[in-house]
Structures are given as structure tokens and as C-alpha cells.
Ligand binder design. Sequence first.
Ligand SMILES: Nc1ncnc2c1ncn2[C@@H]1O[C@H](COP(=O)(O)OP(=O)(O)OP(=O)(O)O)[C@@H](O)[C@H]1O
Ligand SMILES: [Mg+2]
Length: 352
Amino acid sequence: MTAELIGLLTAVLGLVAAIITLWAVLGQKKRDVALITPPEDQETRALIERTIWERKPPQRPAIYESSRPPIIVVANMKGGVGKTTITSNLGAHFSSDPQNKRVLLIDFDYQGSLSQTVLGQAGITDVSMSAHHLLLGKKATEDALNFAPPMRFRERDRGQVRLFRATYPFATVENELFVQWLTNPDQEVRYNLLRYLDSADFKSAYDIVLVDCPPRITTATINALSAASHLLVPTQPDGLSIPGAEYFSRQLMRMREEAFPNLKLLGVIPSITLVATGLRPVEEAELRELEIKLREIWPAAARSNGEIVMRTAFVPRTHAIRDAAGKGIAYFRDAKAKQVFVRAGAEVTQRL
Ligand SMILES: Nc1ncnc2c1ncn2[C@@H]1O[C@H](COP(=O)(O)OP(=O)(O)OP(=O)(O)O)[C@@H](O)[C@H]1O
Ligand SMILES: [Mg+2]
């Protein structure tokens, strides 16, 4: 009798444990799905994807239509996907032999990672900020340009780099401008950077511009998008980063028509991939799905570039790139890293 009772009790306990485990697993699954899947119905989606920046400008400045050398904005709302690493290494590639271009690097991220990296490579310890002048729009173009004197990373290169630095107070400048714009719709702030980049002083000082953005749509990001000719989107080819790239593209499409209709999608560059020699099948599969979605979201990009995802220009994860972070630019410190960014740079050049 006792043995039967123990058997029964064990069975009941086993059943309860199984139910609890099943409940926990289902609950967990539900949470995962809720995190990464956008809401199904269009109405809710339209509401939560709406962004204040889609407000129609009273008038786009006439200079928006004029021609300029390439201005590439490197952006994605997903953080830590290699935006700054790619910006600094492409800057190194374009400014050094044999490209030897005059490169203008703009750090529009208040975290200042690009500034730290570039100044570290150049051996400069100045931490004052200058990129905020390009946002505020108060300085004369010549004076603003003087805040970023030309420098060379290596003696032998004939190209040069100018860096507009950012530090944390940059965020305060952005917020003030944003509030000003919100409270006074006639006071447009989105084209302040464009006015500098389109000026004769600036145009005679650069062949290409690279703008590094924070992982958010800020006043600075909007200025970068409104001045840029091309958008480069780094993404890691994984299940958490891909929805981020997709969401970011949807957000941009909401603003693009009114605020920056000429912006072209240069491509999506797979970043921090796990194998040096190529993309793994699972990464290829993630990127194929993103390609399909982006073709729907941004049809013009699909027409002009063939593949939106720059599959052959992937940037693998390497020790050299990681170890250079915040101190310098891997391009100048490691032959394999250089190869990676020569390949990426060639693909970018071909698409411009
Ligand atoms: N290819 C790579 N190999 C190894 N480490 C990398 C690589 N790319 C980026 N990293 C490292 O990953 C981290 C994030 O990179 P990075 O700062 O370039 O990303 P980000 O998108 O600019 O980030 P944020 O959104 O914060 O601006 C850094 O520590 C960087 O050194
Ligand atoms: Mg960054």
C-alpha cells in the first residue's frame, strides 16, 4: 500500500514538474517572439513606427538639389554593429595610397568613439569638440572648416583627413536644437550640415565625406541623412541585428520623401561575421531574408545596385580590429584588416 502511494505521489510530482517546465518554456518562447516580432495590425504599427522627424519641412533649401562629391552617412539604429569601425577604416583606406583622397570625417555621435579612434591613430590628445558647429549653423563656413585642420596618418600618404570631433556635450547641443525645432516649426534645423558641406569653402576641401552616427535617430543623424548622397548600413548577420536594420529602413522611408528624397541606399555591409574566409550558411540565410525585405521597403535601391547586401564586402571579426578599438585604426596596424577594408572600400567606390 505504502509503495503504491509513493508510486502515485512520484507520478503526480513528475506530472506537475512536466507542466511547470512546459509552462516555463512556452512563456519563454512567447517573450522571445514578443521582443523581435513587430505588431501584426497596420494601425498599431503605423502608430508606433511614427517618428517626429517625418514632419514636412516648410521648404527644402534649393541647394539640396545641387551636386556635391560623395557624402556617405554610416548609420543604423542597432548599436554595436561596427558603424564606427567601418567609418574609421574606410576613412583610412580613402585617405591613404593609392586613393589619396581628401577625406572629411564627421563624428556625429556624442559618444565620440570615432574621434577617439582617429585622434588615437594620429597621436593627438585634444578632446575639445567641433562637430557641434556643423549642427548649430552659426559659424561662417571658413571658420567652421578651421576647426578641423587637415592631418595625415602617415607621412607617405598624399591624401589627408579632417576630423570634426564630438564629445558628450554634443548631446546637449542636439537636444537644444531639437526643442527649438519642435517649438518653432518655421525654424528648420535639418539642413544645417548640408549648408556647410555644400559651401565653396568645404567643397574645395574634400573629395569624400564619411559621417558616423549614433545608434539613434537624433538631430545629428537627421542632419547627416539630409546632407548625404549615400547611406551605408552596417549590420551583423544575426537574428537580433537583422530586424534592427529592417526597422531602421522603414523609419527612414517615412521621412525620406519629404526631408531627403535624393538619399541613395549604398548598401548593407555585413559586419563582425565569424569566419574570415566567407559568410557561413546561417549568415547567408539571414542576409537573404533582409535582402528580400529591403527590396520591398526601398525599391529604388534594388533597381540601382543589384544586390542591396554587399555580401562580398563583409567585415569579419578579428583580434586586430577589436584590439585597435579606441586606440587607433586597424587598417594601419594589421595587414589582414587592411585587406578587409581595401575590399570593402573597392565595393563602396564601385557603387558610388
Ligand atoms: N570586425 C570586427 N572585429 C572585431 N571587433 C569588432 C569588429 N567590428 C567592431 N568590433 C568591435 O565591436 C565593438 C562595437 O563596434 P563599433 O563601435 O564600431 O560599433 P558601432 O555600431 O559604432 O557602435 P555604437 O552603436 O555604440 O556607435 C567595438 O568594441 C569594436 O572594436
Ligand atoms: Mg559608433
